[in-house]
Design a protein around this ligand. Structure first.
Ligand code: A2P
Length: 307
């Protein structure tokens, strides 16, 4: 499928974001694997890529972008939509611009399309992993950190700014402090985590939702097969001659939500783009709304803070 067939959504009224992004949230694969996957993804039509400083994949994504430009697979960097995220060790006002400059250095880019605050908290110490202890977590200085995010946009380092994992409560403080409101909130969303209340709140305020773990992150330390093995989704998939993954992704699309699907497998990458020429029925939607809701990653101490 060509890029032109992937619908886009308008961000901040001036930017066009493809509704499907390829995720690189991967703590296992080598840089070479990530680079190869991104190049393959561009060949099959992806133009939107999502990374984060904590993933350690910014460098590989940057190398892939250099390579596709060198090979002429795309005409210019402007054809891509690139997102990265500020890790919570850098969620202190004076560290935000330097953290973005470091990410841009690894990505080998002049600007980002979208910069997100990764989590609605800060950390006390600089070097902690993705599963920090409770003692290391402290409240986010919403006003100071968001002012620094606005500075990133004013400096032209990020075209749009937003947040990730923000619950309603933190969004409320942010909106009362912001001069430039966040354009987007990237959160866990899938048929087993439908985020109804948060979606309603964001919709009323013009904040887009992007779903991460749209398939429940099977094969990762924090994910599981609950979506791919769900009986309701399996039945719906059979009735349409589609895969369960396609049903889960189509459901997100029909909710008006963009999503970051991660696959490094060329066939599955293609399959995940093929969700636009068919639709779910009212009956399917009703059945999906009855699926039991269970969050991922509940053992992580960060869980109590995130949307
Ligand atoms: P793979 O890279 O081998 O394709 P999520 O997007 O929810 O984080 O889930 C990512 C995981 O889902 C990856 O392990 C990926 O494996 C797998 N995956 C992605 N697309 C599909 C698909 N169409 N069918 C089955 N598994 C998929």
């Amino acid at each position: 499928m060509s890029r032109n067939k992937t619908p886009t959504v308008s961000l901040s009224g001036h930017q066009s974001m493809p509704m499907i992004g390829l995720g690189t949230g991967d703590f296992q694969s080598s840089g070479e694997t990530v680079k190869t996957a991104v190049i393959e993804a561009i060949k099959v039509g992806y133009r939107h890529f999502d990374t984060a400083s904590v993933y350690g994949t910014e460098n590989a994504l940057g190398e892939a972008i250099e390579e596709v430009l060198r090979l002429g697979l795309i005409g210019s960097r402007d054809e891509l939509f690139i997102t990265t995220k500020l890790w919570f060790t850098d969620c202190h006002s004076e560290r935000v611009v330097p953290a973005l400059q470091k990410s841009l250095g690894l990505l080998k880019l002049e600007y980002l399309d979208l910069y997100l605050i990764h989590l609605p908290v800060s950390s006390k110490s600089e070097s902690i992993g993705i599963y920090p202890s409770k003692d290391n977590i402290e409240p986010l200085d919403v006003k100071g950190v968001w002012a620094a995010m606005e500075e990133c946009k004013k400096l032209g380092l990020a075209k749009s700014i937003g947040v990730s994992n923000f619950p309603v409560k933190t969004l409320e403080s942010l909106l009362s402090a912001a001069t430039i409101p966040p354009c987007l909130n990237q959160v866990e969303m899938n048929p087993t985590c439908q985020q109804k209340e948060l979606r309603e709140y964001c919709k009323e305020r013009g904040i887009l939702i992007t779903a991460y773990s749209p398939l429940g992150a099977p094969g990762t330390r924090w994910g599981n097969n609950r979506i791919l093995d769900n009986e309701i989704l399996i039945d719906i998939a059979k009735s349409h001659g589609k895969s369960v993954a396609q049903v889960a992704l189509r459901w997100l699309y029909e909710q008006g939500v963009s999503f970051i699907a991660k696959s490094y497998n060329k066939e599955r990458m293609k399959q995940n783009l093929e969700i636009f020429d068919w639709s779910l029925t009212e009956h399917d939607l009703e059945k999906i709304s009855q699926i039991k809701q269970i969050r991922l990653n509940q053992e992580n101490p960060l869980f109590e803070y995130v949307a």
